[in-house]
Design a protein around this ligand. Structure first.
Ligand SMILES: [Zn+2]
Length: 156
């Protein structure tokens, strides 16, 4: 299959998601060695999961398929430019490339505007809409110290 066929698949998943009344108009596929190894569709409203974006769902499916926590040598095709959460997930999954069809500006026109997250990230913590404050305890670093010395950890 070609690049445009993979993108066609991502767009088709997004379209089906809307016609089935299953969730937002977003779909994604993960490709490895020319094959689809993970499909994701937006399931935020149908699964009551605000993190169930198409890219995250596709990453989860592909990682399960590979039995790995990384997407080595994989490509992600998504029907729309990833939001900041999905960009974070993509960086953690470490695929080799991402292709997107619609832009975030296209998504904003139909009510899916993630620009406020970019603006929030650029603000100092104390100026953000959702307060994020440090609350440190004497044992705060216990998990870190334990990890540092652990002989059973799987580094990533
Ligand atoms: Zn997203």
């Amino acid at each position: 299959m070609s690049n445009s066929e993979f993108m066609h698949e991502a767009i088709h998943v997004a379209y089906d998601n809307v016609t089935a009344g299953h969730g937002g108009p977003f779909g994604a596929v993960v490709i490895k060695d020319g094959k689809i190894i993970g499909v994701g569709r937006n399931e935020v409203t149908s699964s009551n999961d605000p993190t169930a974006h198409a890219e995250v769902q596709a990453i989860r499916a592909a990682c399960q398929h590979l039995n790995d926590f990384q997407l080595h040598d994989c490509e992600i095709y998504t029907s729309c430019e990833p939001c900041p959460m999905c960009i974070g997930a993509i960086y953690w999954a470490r695929p080799k490339a991402v292709y997107y069809a619609c832009t975030k500006e296209d998504a904003a026109k139909i009510g899916f505007d993630d620009q406020f997250i970019y603006e929030e990230l650029a603000l100092p913590m104390e100026q953000r809409k959702i307060p994020m404050k440090q609350l440190s305890l004497p044992q705060s670093d216990l998990p870190f110290r334990t990890w540092d010395q652990s002989k059973v950890k799987v580094e990533y």
